[in-house]
Design a protein around this ligand. Structure first.
Ligand SMILES: NC(=O)c1ccc[n+]([C@@H]2O[C@H](COP(=O)([O-])OP(=O)(O)OC[C@H]3O[C@@H](n4cnc5c(N)ncnc54)[C@H](OP(=O)(O)O)[C@@H]3O)[C@@H](O)[C@H]2O)c1
Length: 225
């Protein structure tokens, strides 16, 4: 655990749209954020841009650094994986050794371009199951954020949507539910990692809705305060 009272967050593939959105929200919530990239200089550039963005928004005291993916995964107390599905397995293989014993948050949607508006889950069932199998039982894989638009995460606004949180261990899920609350959203325990398939499939449904209604639709659960 870092010296900061809040756990540090490594974001593997953090130079992308979703990674940047998560970085902004988590840094604003007071977590040291470590942006990872295959190219460290690209991560430093992204970290500098995010730092400037937060300063423009009047948010001070945040710490965002850029580095290569392995270093971000090694130094992060909690590690997010935010890469396209095509890069999912090779990226997990790169970080496997350094994330043993940690909570790894997998945001991956197994989209198969060009038909991203069609549900096409992998034979294993979901990206979440692939991650848990590949990283092994000592890694606490939690799947979340598949149904939150990067554009919403990046914007300086309240996010009017909920997050389904799946994973085999309740304690690890709770860590992520708490992170989601610190980012201004509601996260809900949604079962074991096998249920990640439901959130991953819903993204293609939302892509259809987004095209039809020209929006960034999200999920909202009713019946829960
Ligand atoms: N965008 C959204 O609104 C959204 C919403 C929910 C979930 N998701 C999911 O979040 C994940 C990331 O989405 P995104 O839109 O942020 O993706 P992205 O911008 O296309 O890519 C994210 C990062 O992944 C790295 N990357 C790309 N190709 C790679 C490869 N072949 N090998 C290793 N790394 C590679 C790149 O970082 P470097 O070049 O710096 O290494 C890139 O900046 C995806 O699985 C997506 O399904 C996205």
């Amino acid at each position: 655990m870092s010296s900061n009272t809040k756990p540090s967050i490594g974001i593997v593939g953090g130079t992308g749209d979703l990674g940047r959105g998560l970085a902004l929200r988590l840094a604003k919530a007071g977590h040291p954020v470590l942006i990872g990239s295959r190219k460290p200089e690209q991560a430093v550039e992204a970290a500098d841009a995010l730092t400037a963005e937060l300063s423009d928004r009047g948010v001070s005291g945040h710490a965002i650094e850029g580095m290569d993916n392995t270093e971000a995964a090694k130094r992060g107390d909690i590690v997010f994986v935010t890469v396209p599905f095509a890069a999912h397995t090779p990226t997990l293989e790169v970080i496997r050794d350094v994330v043993q014993g940690k909570v790894v948050v997998d945001v991956t949607v197994p989209l198969v371009p060009p038909r991203v508006a069609r549900v096409q889950l992998p034979p294993e069932g979901s990206a979440g199951v692939i991650a848990q199998t590949l990283l092994g039982d000592d890694v606490h894989v939690v799947s979340a954020f598949q149904n939150v638009a990067a554009a919403h995460l990046q914007a300086d606004m309240d996010i009017p949507c909920d997050v389904l949180v799946t994973g085999n261990e309740k304690e690890a899920r709770q860590v992520v539910v708490d992170l989601i609350a610190s980012m201004g959203m509601r996260g809900f325990h949604a079962g074991l990692i096998h249920n990640a398939a439901a959130a991953e499939a819903l993204t293609s449904v939302l892509i259809n809705i987004n095209k039809q209604y020209k929006t960034h639709a999200g999920l909202r659960l009713t019946g829960i305060d």
